[in-house]
Ligand binder design. Structure first.
Ligand code: DGL
Length: 288
């Protein structure tokens, strides 16, 4: 029986995009093991309603809770924006979303400006929820905020069209208002956008600070683990040399495992060693 701090960290996303958050966590927290669930049967979440995203998010969380996790990272920005309170109600472990950490980092990076201007790009559902605006506002009364959806970026990232002319032209169109606003920082408020980081940076200009919400989340998770004595006190041997997706981390998907493995290889350069297809439907009714 593992002691609580030796249990894995759970991560869920609507699909494969959350692997950017997994990568950030893995890089920072070499002594930890991870259990990842990608809800590939029901992706995308970014175009769905609040009630649906909440239900899916709870089912995913219950699935991971049953795997004995010590902390849950909601890697999906849309689920973090819409479902965090409901997840916290249902799950007995610490829950960390990606919106708060991304917003706080953007405020920290722009705090020295007289009139900080922060842009946020995300899915339609995340933008409509204004969760980023609210979180930024909480951390800074001065910041001017501009949120804009970039839905096609999700498919472009999964196709690995990171530098095609089509991608550049779509980026110019989506980011026009952000460029006109002359923002100081731009939050990449969707799991997939770090894959397109270079084209986004080129489009908005090199002087704009890009904030990767996944990286910001990994920094906050590290602090939480230390503050709450949750860091693994019995890390795996050779933790420092661990590889992404090695057999200490377990990946689950709700459909199309092969496609997940293919896109994982594009995103991370390696396929998961342990990958399983599972069913999570109906788990939201647990504990009712
Ligand atoms: N994972 C989602 C997010 O970060 C993007 C993909 C989707 O729409 O489900 O918002």
């Amino acid at each position: 029986m593992l002691v609580f701090n030796q249990q894995p960290i759970g991560i869920f996303d609507s699909g494969v995009g959350g692997l950017t958050v997994y990568r950030a966590l893995h890089e920072k927290l070499r002594g930890e093991r991870f259990v990842y669930l990608g809800d590939t049967a029901r992706v995308p979440y970014g175009t769905k309603s609040l009630a649906t995203v909440e239900r899916y998010a709870i089912e995913n969380s219950q699935f991971l809770a049953a795997r004995g996790i010590k902390l849950l990272v909601v890697a999906c920005n849309t689920a973090s924006a819409l479902a965090l309170p409901k997840i916290r109600e249902k799950i007995g472990v610490e829950v960390v979303g990606v919106i708060g950490p991304g917003a706080r980092k953007a405020v920290r990076l722009t705090n020295d400006r007289a009139n900080p201007r922060i842009g946020v790009i995300a899915t339609e559902a995340t933008v409509q929820s204004h969760a980023y605006s609210e979180a930024i506002r909480k951390a800074s009364a001065r910041a001017e905020i501009l949120e804009t959806p970039c839905p096609l970026f999700v498919s472009l990232a999964e196709e690995n069209w990171t530098d095609e002319p089509e991608t550049r032209s779509i980026a110019r169109k989506y980011l026009q208002k952000i460029v006109e606003k002359n923002v100081d920082a731009l939050v990449l408020g969707c799991t997939h956008y770090p894959i397109l980081r270079r084209v986004i940076q080129k489009t908005v200009g090199e002087n704009v600070m890009l904030v990767d919400s996944g990286e910001a989340t990994a920094e906050e998770v590290e602090n939480i683990l230390n503050e709450k004595n949750l860091a693994n006190d019995h890390p795996p041997k050779h933790a420092g040399e661990r590889q992404l997706c090695d057999d200490l981390d377990h990946f689950y998907v709700t459909d199309a495992a092969e496609r997940f493995a293919r896109v994982a290889e594009r995103f991370l350069g390696v396929k998961p060693a342990k990958l399983e297809a599972v069913e999570v439907f109906g788990l939201d009714k647990l504990n009712e």
